[in-house]
Design a protein around this ligand. Structure first.
Ligand code: HEC
Length: 157
C-alpha cells in the first residue's frame, strides 16, 4: 500500500512536470500582452504612489507632441519601433520585449505617472534604461512629458 502511494506520487510528479514543460499553444507573439518564447516576461516595476498622481501638463499640446516625436525617434525608436509596435531594429536581440505601445487599448491601461516613472528610472535588469535627470540622456520632466504626449497622440488607438 505504502509503495503504491509512493509510486503514485512519483508518477504524478512526472506527469505534472511534462505537462508544464510543454510549450504553451496559441501564444500569439504579435500581441503585446503575451510574450513570445524568445522574450522573458516583462518586469515593468510599478510606480510609487507619488508618481501615480502625476498629470501630464502638455497632454494634447501640439508643440509638445512634435518635440516628443523628435526625442522618441532619436532615443527610443530603435527598440520600440517607429510605429510604437515594439519592433525596432534592436528589438530582436533583446532579452526583454520592448513594450508595443500601439497595441490597441494598451496605453489606456497605463497611467501618465506610470509611464513617467519607467522613462525616468528605467526597468532594472531589463534593456529599458533610465533616461531621467542625471543619466547620460538626461531627460528633464518637460522632455519626459513631451514623449508621453506623443505616445498618447500617436499610439493610442
Ligand atoms: C535598448 C532598447 C530600448 C530603448 C532604447 C528604449 N526602451 Fe523603453 N523599454 C524597453 C524594454 C525591453 C521595455 C520593457 C521592460 C520590462 O519588461 O520591464 C521597455 C519599457 C518601456 C516603458 C514601460 C511601458 C509600460 O507599459 O509601463 C516605457 C514607458 C518606455 N519603455 C519608454 C521608452 C522611452 C520613452 C524611450 C526613449 C527615451 C525608451 N523606452 C527607450 C526597451 C527599450
Amino acid at each position: 500500500m505504502k509503495t503504491n502511494l509512493l509510486l503514485h506520487i512519483i508518477l504524478s510528479t512526472f506527469v505534472l512536470f511534462f505537462v508544464n514543460c510543454k510549450p504553451a499553444e496559441n501564444t500569439d507573439s504579435s500581441k503585446t500582452g503575451s510574450q513570445s518564447a524568445k522574450y522573458k516576461p516583462a518586469k515593468l516595476p510599478e510606480a510609487p504612489s507619488e508618481y501615480q498622481k502625476k498629470k501630464n501638463p502638455f497632454e494634447g499640446n501640439e508643440q509638445a507632441i512634435a518635440k516628443g516625436k523628435i526625442t522618441f525617434e532619436k532615443k527610443c525608436k530603435k527598440c520600440h519601433g517607429e510605429k510604437g509596435d515594439g519592433k525596432g531594429e534592436k528589438a530582436d536581440v533583446l532579452g526583454y520585449k520592448p513594450i508595443a505601445f500601439s497595441e490597441p487599448g494598451y496605453l489606456k491601461t497605463r497611467s501618465d505617472g506610470q509611464l513617467f516613472f519607467i522613462i525616468e528610472n528605467g526597468s532594472p535588469d531589463t534593456d529599458m534604461d533610465a533616461y531621467g535627470k542625471g543619466t547620460s540622456t538626461n531627460l528633464d520632466e518637460e522632455k519626459i512629458w513631451e514623449i508621453i504626449s506623443y505616445f498618447r497622440k500617436e499610439f493610442t488607438k
